[in-house]
Design a protein around this ligand. Structure first.
Ligand SMILES: CC(C)=CCC/C(C)=C/CC/C(C)=C/CC/C(C)=C/CC/C(C)=C/CC/C(C)=C/CC/C(C)=C/COP(=O)(O)OP(=O)(O)O
Ligand SMILES: O=P(O)(O)OC[C@@H](O)CO
Ligand SMILES: [Mg+2]
Length: 229
């Protein structure tokens, strides 16, 4: 399953802390997206994660958990995506929480299902930026340097350019893609329709669509065909 990520062009990210009806979830899971990622940066609990996972599990597509809180680690996902925030000086979000998690879960960790992601958080006015104290005001060169550090020093398989809540600077995304060889470049933030999906997808390997599922589902669904044809 870890190798299948290479083929992902489109992922919907569902937030356990937000309501989604069965009808809407059906359209999302039947949309042709490559995977459902479950995660959020606040309000994620064991109960709301189990609930959402069991509803998504009725469908055949891959369902992965993006771990943001140790209280909400639920068995039964296809993969566990582990964010490491690169552009913060608060080491808890880079490695501290991770070490605590490894100590706590120890031999229970299914390492073959673990996929680390090097996050570059770029939207200052987002929950994740505030939570992690991310240094969001990066020039493109510096952002590209973070991506190279992720790939060559840390050997991370994914560089995740995170603009959660707003559409990002596509030149910066293109600069990161240009310097990245092995790592997959994920882009998320402000993709609301076919046009933004196509534009973002032209500069990265995989697009992630989250908030627009909750604000305008019809438009959000058009992002799938836009990138997967
Ligand atoms: C079954 C089993 C035992 C599985 C093992 C899983 C496990 C325990 C593995 C251990 C290994 C490990 C290293 C775990 C890491 C634990 C951990 C808590 C790490 C911290 C991760 C982190 C840096 C979190 C910060 C927040 C963040 C980057 C979240 C990612 C998701 C995100 C950005 C969502 C967007 O948020 P949203 O709420 O949508 O934002 P908006 O308000 O802007 O919409
Ligand atoms: O919610 P949006 O802005 O679509 O961003 C998607 C994802 O990158 C959030 O972690
Ligand atoms: Mg969100």
């Amino acid at each position: 399953m870890r190798d299948e990520i290479i083929a992902w062009r489109h992922v919907f990210k569902l937030d356990p802390d937000r309501f989604i009806s069965d009808e809407d979830l059906d359209q999302i899971c039947m949309s042709g997206t490559d995977a459902i990622m479950i995660g959020g940066s606040s309000g994620v609990t064991y109960d709301n994660t189990v609930d959402l996972m069991s509803r998504v599990r009725r469908y055949e597509l891959p369902c992965v958990l993006e771990v943001s809180d140790l209280e909400a680690v639920v068995p039964g996902f296809d993969l566990y995506m582990i964010p490491l925030v690169l552009n913060t000086e608060d080491s808890r979000w880079m490695i501290g929480q991770h070490v605590q998690a490894i100590e706590q879960y120890s031999h229970l960790i299914p390492w073959e299902l673990i996929v680390p992601e090097g996050y570059i958080v770029l939207h200052a006015d987002s929950t994740v930026a505030r939570l992690t104290g991310a240094l969001t005001e990066l020039e493109a060169d510096r952002a590209a340097a973070y991506a190279q550090a992720a790939e060559h020093l840390l050997r991370l398989p994914i560089v995740y350019i995170e603009y959660s809540g707003r559409f990002g600077d596509m030149e910066l995304v293109a600069d990161i893609r240009r310097v990245t060889r092995e790592a997959r470049v994920f882009y998320g933030g402000g993709i609301t329709d076919a046009e933004t999906a196509r534009l973002a997808a032209s500069h990265c390997d995989t697009i992630i669509v989250g908030n627009s599922l909750y604000s305008d589902l019809k438009q959000a669904l058009t992002t799938v065909a836009a990138v997967k044809g």
